[in-house]
Write a protein that binds this ligand. Structure first.
Ligand code: ADP
Ligand code: MG
Length: 159
């Protein structure tokens, strides 16, 4: 049941000074950060990370966005971490994301607006979509030596 998942603070989150706020949302639930780094990815790496989206109409806009500034990559570990991280993030379209989620609390734009402006939906963060994606993405972004095992107080008092 203990899973690892990938969270990225996207360029808009980094440039808006929301790295700390976003990390706090995961820490406050007792999820463990087992890897963290800032990376400015290129087009080639974007195609690896978003391989499922390459070829879609929106992909070029997504690539332009995700390569526009550095991102903060975080490997997060916890019970049902994949599902929980998606819940903390909120749904993809900020307009639809519930209040209380990161996307619902810090953004409000719609797909229609992004389409009209010909930009990617700026929704602050990425969280792996399912267990297979999570395993693959943590492996893509982090080497084994960049991932740490250590004890937190949650290991003793929450789990
Ligand atoms: P999520 O990030 O919630 O897993 P997807 O994997 O479906 O969402 O899409 C990846 C990213 O591509 C989204 O987070 C968003 O930034 C962008 N995106 C997705 N769909 C659209 C769209 N219809 N118009 C503009 N950007 C989009
Ligand atoms: Mg996705």
């Amino acid at each position: 049941m203990i899973e690892r998942t990938l969270v990225l603070v996207k360029p808009d989150g980094v440039q808006r000074g929301l790295i700390g706020e976003i990390i706090a949302r995961f820490e406050q639930r007792g999820l463990k950060i087992v890897g963290i780094k800032m990376v400015w990815i290129d087009e080639k790496f974007s195609k690896k990370h978003y391989s499922a989206h390459v070829g879609k109409k929106m992909y070029p806009l997504l690539e332009k966005f995700i390569t526009s500034a550095p991102v903060v990559a975080i490997a997060v570990e916890g019970i049902h971490a994949v599902e929980l991280a998606r819940k903390v993030a909120g749904s993809t379209e900020p307009k639809t994301a519930p209040i209380g989620t990161i996307r619902g609390d810090y953004a409000h734009v719609s797909y229609d607006y992004a389409d009209a402006k010909q930009i990617s939906v700026k929704n602050l963060l990425h969280a792996s979509g399912n267990k297979e994606e999570a395993e693959q993405e943590v492996g893509l972004w982090f080497s084994e030596t960049e991932l740490y095992e250590y004890e937190t107080s949650h290991d003793r008092h929450v789990l």
